[in-house]
Design a protein around this ligand. Structure first.
Ligand SMILES: *[C@@H]1O[C@H](CO)[C@@H](O)[C@H](O)[C@H]1NC(C)=O
Ligand SMILES: *[C@@H]1O[C@H](CO)[C@@H](O)[C@H](O)[C@H]1NC(C)=O
Ligand SMILES: *[C@@H]1O[C@H](CO)[C@@H](O)[C@H](O)[C@H]1NC(C)=O
Ligand SMILES: *[C@@H]1O[C@H](CO)[C@@H](O)[C@H](O)[C@H]1NC(C)=O
Length: 376
């Protein structure tokens, strides 16, 4: 399989678009491939889980404190052995860029990101973030009823949030503005920004990482944002989340939410067709992908919140795992499925760390010990 200029994600989404319509969202048969409650045997020393709260349920002091912690990470030296990495925060971006093909459109998608985020939280704590709190998440379904809700969300506050939209840049996927690197295969008719962040605590943020999966120290690129409220509502709104909650097993869950609805939709909802960074995920690295922790930490935390909400609804889901070992190998032609014994890893150089899938399946067992202030 060959990957072209506009990047792996574009290809993946094209494939996803081609393949996913065959997957019924209305599956009603119970899971037959779940390891189920029988596998619940992982010891737990978790007696006092820390809490991941929705951004708007943090106090104002907590919001400031969180932003300070992210800036503190950005002021620490990085450890990844890559020229483009200049700080601790970028270690996480770089990890995610380098491991992108191994951690998306594979069964390990959710365990990988869950593990990565728990390590990110440890860095936040080192930087003064309260030990009782985890990475905040964004329940984007609270901000999609009207188009204006998105920009007016407390999450995008210019002082106690992650800043507003990027400046307007014209063009689209087939006719990008001059100098813009096109990455998405989907034109978003309702895009509203696309330029560098104009305000907020991360307005001046830039990075050498990206575009695409570049990790060389070339030019710096700014962090861009491109809100597309209707796309967010259509692809990731309350109806899509409700559908996702009904998916019967992890195999369907991973494929639909990673490839077709929530994951690309959330990303599409706040960026557009033309941008200089990688992956709708925001998380995917690329130049500054983040309005900082918003795109990174919150990106991961949002999925984590959705995922635990789904798992928590049925004991059989908690240890249910499957899905390709190899990028987009949903028919298992190249290799088999991920299992509870599979290794999950992340981190570059000395920061590399491994665990097993089983140890990150339950948020209060094995390597994890947190909860959420609410669940779907
Ligand atoms: C970037 O992606 C290309 C394929 O598009 C791949 O060949 C290359 O190894 C990747 N580089 C890094 C640093 O991951
Ligand atoms: C992209 O922009 C070009 C030039 O304005 C326009 O002709 C084309 O219809 C647009 N494509 C889409 C899908 O909106
Ligand atoms: C969202 O869905 C509505 C209703 O189906 C449709 O009219 C609208 O064009 C869609 N907008 C986008 C941006 O996808
Ligand atoms: C992989 O898991 C799926 C369930 O998600 C199952 O249908 C399929 O048969 C498994 N493939 C192999 C090779 O075991």
């Amino acid at each position: 399989m060959e990957f072209h200029a506009f990047g792996f994600y574009a290809l993946a989404l094209l494939l996803a678009t081609a393949v996913l319509p065959n997957l019924s969202l209305a599956v009603t048969t119970p899971s037959s491939c779940g390891a189920g409650a029988a596998a619940v045997g992982i010891d737990s020393t978790c007696t006092k889980p820390y809490v991941r709260k929705e951004w708007r349920r943090l106090t104002m002091d907590e919001r400031y404190s969180y932003i300070d912690a992210v800036k503190c990470m950005m002021a620490k030296p990085g450890v990844a052995p890559l020229d483009a990495v200049t700080n601790r925060f970028e270690d996480f971006l770089a990890t995610h860029i380098v491991q992108a093909f191994d951690s998306h459109f594979v069964g390990i998608f959710y365990p990988y990101h869950r593990f990565l985020l728990s390590r990110y939280e440890q860095e936040l704590w080192e930087c003064g973030w309260s030990r009782g709190l985890g990475q905040p998440y964004w329940d984007w379904t609270l901000d999609v009823e009207h188009d204006d809700d998105l920009l007016n969300s407390p999450v995008f506050d210019t002082e106690t949030g992650f800043g507003g939209n990027g400046g307007w840049i014209g063009g689209n996927f087939t006719h990008p503005a001059p100098g813009m690197i096109v990455q998405s295969p989907q034109d978003v008719p309702d895009r509203t920004g696309g330029g560098c962040l104009q305000n907020g605590p991360f307005a001046d943020l830039s990075t050498f990482l990206g575009p695409h999966n570049n990790t060389d120290k070339k030019g710096r690129n700014c962090v861009r944002r491109d809100m597309a409220p209707a796309s967010l509502r259509n692809m990731s709104g309350p109806a899509r989340v409700a559908e996702a909650m009904r998916l019967p097993d992890y195999g369907h869950w991973e494929r639909v939410t990673d490839g077709a609805t929530l994951h690309p939709g959330r990303a599409l909802g706040r960026r557009g067709v033309v941008r200089d960074h990688d992956g709708p995920v925001g998380v995917a690295g690329g130049s500054g992908v983040l309005a900082a922790s918003f795109e990174f930490g919150s990106g991961l935390s949002d999925y984590s919140y959705i995922r635990w909400s789904w798992q928590n609804r049925d004991a059989a889901r908690i240890y249910d795992i499957s899905g390709p070992l190899v990028f987009f190998d949903y028919a298992n032609k190249a290799a088999g499925n991920v299992t509870l014994e599979s290794t999950v890893w992340n981190g570059l150089g000395d920061y590399r760390k491994e665990t097993t899938v089983e140890r990150v399946m339950h948020v209060q067992r094995g390597d994890l010990c947190y909860t959420f202030d609410e669940l779907y």
